[in-house]
Design a binder for this molecule. Structure first.
Ligand code: NDP
Length: 287
């Protein structure tokens, strides 16, 4: 008789709000395809101030790991035993692995982004890069781009809150080989002529604000520029539409999302999921 084992292997996401996080759809499609019958991905709404309790619960229930998303990506660092070098630099963790009670944290946002760039045939080595936004995604992407050999990174951020952008630039200059500068975002941003890669790392264009686009002088987009969005839903944003109109090559944020989820699955289960299966599952929910 087949051995009976009804114990679930639990992973999931801690966020607030959490209801719109599509992780469960992507992850469970991959588990099913891998034949991981008893793996479950739980979408868990953890209020601000309750993360420590939630992490204690994770340990008590022997969950294999967790993704953290807004607003928990920074606070979670306090409760971890080990942190990857790049997550330490980024200052944020989105993936936790529970190795028999020892919690290891990593940041797979930037790694998923880098893989997506590579899938589009773009190498960061020696490139001059402009990144719009200095939040969690902007930090993860800029650190990974710098570690991967980008030569020059301009961080463009609204001047109301310069602290985040200035500390990021300082960190890139002191901890990586890349040269980094900050530009205050006022009015339509003109893309410097020598830019090779332009990245939107703001939430502008994300559902339900699907008609919005970052304030850029789009006529400064040249056809030899590579334009990348982080927004996965909808994938083809007005930002990318403007790039396409000017003959530039572009890439959506969907690859970043799928790649980071695939890296998480590998970290938790040790198995490589089928990214096509994950992409199809995601496309079905975003319509
Ligand atoms: P944060 O809130 O941490 O950062 C957002 C950044 O965008 C900040 O620098 C913020 O500036 C800036 N910003 C926000 N609104 C505007 C605006 N109207 N004009 C100019 N700048 C603006 O968010 P995250 O970095 O965590 O996420 C950003 C986006 O990236 C989200 O939409 C998310 O969906 C996407 N993302 C996609 C992933 C993927 O796998 N595809 C993975 C992770 C994130 P300030 O701080 O000064 O307000």
């Amino acid at each position: 008789m087949k051995e009976q084992n009804f114990l679930d292997n639990l992973v999931g996401v801690f966020g607030h709000p959490a209801a719109e996080n599509p992780g469960v759809v992507i992850q469970e499609a991959a588990f099913e395809n891998l034949g991981l019958e008893r793996w479950r991905f739980l979408t868990i709404d953890v209020d601000p101030g309750k993360l420590e309790d939630a992490i204690a619960g994770l340990k008590a229930m022997k969950m294999r790991g967790i993704n953290t998303t807004l607003p928990h990506k920074i606070e979670v660092l306090k409760y971890l035993d080990e942190i990857s070098p790049s997550a330490k630099l980024i200052g944020a963790v989105n993936t936790v692995v529970n190795n028999d009670g020892v919690l290891f944290g990593d940041n797979t946002d930037g790694k998923g982004f880098m893989e997506s760039l590579s899938q589009a045939g773009i190498s960061p080595v020696g490139k001059r890069v402009v990144i719009l936004g200095a939040g969690g995604a902007g930090r993860a992407i800029s650190v990974e781009m710098a570690l991967a050999g980008a030569s020059h990174i301009t961080i463009v951020n609204i001047p109301q809150d310069e602290k985040m952008a200035l500390s990021l630039v300082e960190l890139l200059n002191s901890e990586t080989e890349a040269e980094a500068v900050y530009t205050a975002w006022e009015g339509d941003y003109k893309i410097p002529e020598d830019t090779e890669i332009l990245i939107n790392a703001t939430p502008i264009g994300l559902y339900p604000n699907i008609d919005e686009k970052p304030q850029v002088d789009y006529d400064t987009i040249r056809s030899d520029l590579f334009v990348q969005d982080v927004i996965p839903n909808p994938a083809f944003t007005p930002f990318l539409r403007e790039a396409e109109k000017r003959g530039a090559r572009w890439n959506t944020g969907m690859g970043m999302l799928i790649n980071q989820a695939a890296i998480n699955i590998k970290m938790w289960t040790g198995k490589d999921p089928d990214k096509d299966v994950m992409t199809e599952a995601f496309k079905k929910v975003i319509g």
